[in-house]
Design a protein around this ligand. Structure first.
Ligand SMILES: Nc1ncnc2c1ncn2[C@@H]1O[C@H](COP(=O)(O)OP(=O)(O)OP(=O)(O)O)[C@@H](O)[C@H]1O
Length: 267
């Protein structure tokens, strides 16, 4: 099967409010796939459906040939061991050293000896350039370094699938570029598949093989970054050029201001 993850005809709503509808997405093995879109377009929801934290009302999410939304708790737990997830504001444990933060998933999910864990942690920290910071506490390192430690922790168990939610948020341009390069490097070194949720066009296009644009809970555009750069699609253009005006909605959906002010058409 060429795709590690597939989403088919998926509908998801919170109570009455539809968030995703008729969603179809493919995430080919070994690739870095960016999922982009405006605030509230459903990007994080897609990640949570793939991780099995949310259940769709209809449709399917398949990971490595298995239907996630049909799994029992035990199967879900096993599947999540094959996934690394770095969620928005995925903070480090502040009372633990850098070393212990990265060791945490290994201690939690494996029976490996402390000696082996030590070597694995040092190798992961080496990959993100922070082996020599192993004994520092999160408060003693910069925000960009903390993000790299979080990356090392995410890949501690050599996941088949790595999901990042806004990994560039709050980083300075240099740390952003470094993080982006690392995301690509880690994917290729581990032979994983990466799903990257981000607003950041420049960094995402630099490292992604394929890009999906979501709006209003649907895929409105998709293709390779080079194709997206020259796309004439109004959504894509607004995103790529960071234009404030365009089809990407600014307002949270609901009643109009005129309605709220009692100025709507009266019978
Ligand atoms: N627990 C919840 N209960 C009800 N509605 C929710 C809940 N979580 C998210 N939503 C709504 O679902 C929609 C999609 O949210 P989601 O977090 O997937 O968007 P997003 O594209 O990741 O946005 P952002 O880029 O701002 O993080 C939003 O309109 C949000 O208000």
């Amino acid at each position: 099967m060429p795709n590690l993850v597939e989403i088919r005809d998926l509908h998801f709503s919170y109570d009455e409010r539809s968030i995703l509808s008729t969603l179809n997405m493919d995430f080919p093995r070994g690739k870095v796939i960016a999922v982009m879109g405006g605030s509230g377009s459903g990007k994080t929801t897609v990640l949570r459906l793939i991780g099995g934290q949310l259940q769709p009302q209809s449709g399917e999410v398949t990971v490595d040939g298995q239907i996630v939304n049909a799994m029992d708790t035990k199967a879900l737990y096993q599947m999540r061991r094959k996934m690394g997830m770095l969620f928005q504001h995925g903070a480090l444990f502040t009372d633990m050293s850098v070393f212990d933060n990265v060791a945490f998933p290994l201690r939690e999910h494996t029976n490996l000896s402390e000696e082996l864990i030590r070597d694995l942690v040092l190798m992961k920290l080496h990959t993100v350039g922070l082996r020599n910071a192993a004994q520092l506490k999160p408060a003693e390192i910069s925000g960009g370094m903390a993000r790299r430690v979080a990356l090392a922790r995410t890949i501690a168990l050599d996941p088949q699938l790595i999901m990042y939610d806004e990994p560039f948020a709050g980083l300075d341009p240099i740390s952003m570029g470094m993080t982006a390069n690392l995301i690509r490097k880690l994917n290729d070194a581990l032979g994983s598949t990466t799903i990257l949720v981000s607003h950041d066009v420049h960094e995402s296009f630099l490292i992604a093989d394929y890009v999906y644009f979501l709006s209003g809970g649907k895929v409105v555009a998709q293709g390779r970054p080079a194709e997206m750069m020259v796309s004439t699609d109004p959504y894509v253009k607004q995103f790529v050029n960071a234009e404030p005006d365009g089809p990407v909605p600014f307002h949270y959906p609901g009643t109009t201001l005129a309605d709220d002010l009692g100025l709507g058409a009266r019978a």
